[in-house]
Design a binder for this molecule. Structure first.
Ligand SMILES: [Zn+2]
Length: 474
């Protein structure tokens, strides 16, 4: 496994983070109050790790958070301007402390629900008010909670009550909008795929159930038949595409971003707060109620794995509950690449780049438009712009195959637009390229439909690569 060692990535950063954290806090929140700083100082002595890492790439952030999972490191996304966002790795308590100090309109944060990590059952509920003037969102939410609690008990034998469901609201004049988090003690889903299958299956059953007469309904699903048909019918709303359930079934995707408590979508001034009708009972162990609500609202935060039960759901006939163990999550670290030689279709250029970044290794190489190679690295952060390695953000090298030059660029916000002095590719490589250019370039398939590009070591161009790379294509 090509794990980035704790020393290079996490532990060392932790030691260095004292001064860095201070300045990051100031940077992120110019309006941070003295009392907040005092709080942070107090926490430094007693509380959770003060590690604070900022990244431009989600994968890097998730990797660092994973390395620090024993310290409950969590990944957040902070949207701070139209089109600009940062991935931040911090202990949730530290994140809350900083987030709480931001001006209200700048509280635009999301939790990343890491692919394969345990998660609570969560829902995103919404409907447009203009098309649904008579829909009673509060009543609909209660019905939905009851439906899922009933299935919870039926499938796994865990009682689940309304008092265990945290209901957050960001309804506006035009839109009903809620987030639900089911917090059954010591119980989580194995990952959001299982949670998603559970939700989708029951949503599908609700649809079917309404098509049937009462006798057939009870035969098909005896849980849903306990609910009034009228109550279930009310869960459907008018949309521009027709009648639909008010449940967004598309929020169970990989590394999903889910807005956090007290955050708003950028520029929308619709902060998530506890719903007026929420029956959730907050644990009395929290002395700071707001912090408690925030921690309880996190979907994939696991403060302790002691006695944790993970739920699996394949389909109605294949449900399971297993005791948490590291092994049962063994498949989750999919973003940690296996140790092997990463190379492009141009091994000589790879070697040239490797010599520059020694002892760093190539983490990923991409070919863009058949004319540019993009190299990302493990253990190499040296940036010519600042004349030293960056602490958290990575650098990358760009090889312009047409002009036969290579130069370094940087993911750090402060280095945006920076481009190092170009280095010419060695004579030997240019000669080989000139000789073979026609063959080489024509033999490299288009990234969009290229099987080579789908393999682990040669990744096809993703939408955000160009944006992140901030690269001017020739
Ligand atoms: Zn830089």
């Amino acid at each position: 496994m090509s794990k980035i060692s704790k020393n290079t990535f996490y532990g060392k950063t932790l030691i260095e983070s004292h001064a860095q954290h201070q300045s990051r806090v100031r940077e992120l929140s110019s309006s941070i109050h003295d009392s907040e700083e005092a709080k942070i100082k107090r926490r430094r002595l007693l509380g959770p790790s003060e590690f604070w890492g900022e990244f431009w790439r989600q994968q890097e952030a998730l990797l660092v958070a994973d390395q620090g999972s024993s310290n409950s490191m969590h990944t957040f996304v902070l949207q701070y301007d139209e089109g600009y966002r940062k991935f931040i790795v911090a202990h949730p308590e530290i994140y809350w402390l900083v987030d709480e100090s931001r001006p209200k309109d700048q509280r635009c944060s999301y939790e990343v629900i890491p692919d394969g990590s345990p998660c609570h059952l969560y829902f995103d509920l919404e409907f447009g008010k203009d098309l649904n003037p008579s829909s009673d969102g509060s009543k609909m939410t209660k019905t939905l909670i009851d439906v899922f609690c009933a299935h919870f008990l039926e499938h796994w034998g865990f009682p689940c009550r309304r008092s265990e469901v945290l209901s957050l609201d960001s309804t506006t004049d035009v839109k009903f909008s809620r987030h639900l988090v089911f917090r059954v003690k010591n119980v989580m889903f194995k990952n959001n795929k299982h949670a998603g299958r559970f939700v989708k299956t029951i949503c599908s059953n609700i649809r079917q159930s309404l098509l049937l007469d009462n006798a057939t309904r009870s035969a098909v699903d005896n849980i849903l038949s306990r609910f009034h048909k009228e109550d279930l019918a009310e869960l459907f709303i008018n949309t521009t595409k027709g009648k639909e359930l008010f449940v967004d079934e598309g929020v169970y995707t990989r590394n999903r971003h889910f807005r956090i408590y007290k955050s708003t979508k950028l520029g929308k001034n619709s902060h998530l707060t506890v719903s007026d009708d929420s029956e959730y009972i907050l644990s009395t162990t929290y002395t700071n109620k707001e912090l408690g609500l925030f921690l309880d609202s996190l979907i994939s935060y696991v403060p302790s794995t002691k006695n944790l039960i993970l739920l699996e759901y394949q389909d109605k006939n294949s449900v399971d509950a297993i005791k948490y163990s590291k092994e049962c999550l063994s498949q989750r670290r999919v973003y940690v690449r296996a140790e092997k030689k990463i190379e492009s279709p141009y091994p000589d250029i790879d070697k040239f780049i490797l010599d520059i970044v020694k002892p760093g290794k190539i983490r990923e190489v991409k070919l863009l438009n058949n004319s540019v190679l993009l190299y990302a690295f493990i253990d190499h952060r040296y940036c010519a712009n600042i004349g030293r390695p960056h602490k958290s953000n990575g650098v990358y090298w760009v090889v312009d195959l047409n002009n036969k030059v290579a130069f370094q660029k940087c993911y750090d916000h402060d280095c945006a637009g920076f481009k190092s002095a170009p280095r010419e590719l060695p004579e030997k490589i240019c000669f080989e390229m000139d000789k073979e250019t026609d063959i080489l370039l024509s033999s490299v398939p288009d990234p969009q439909d290229c099987s080579l590009c789908q393999t682990d070591n040669f990744v096809a161009l993703e939408d955000d690569d160009l944006e992140l790379a901030n690269i001017d294509l020739p």
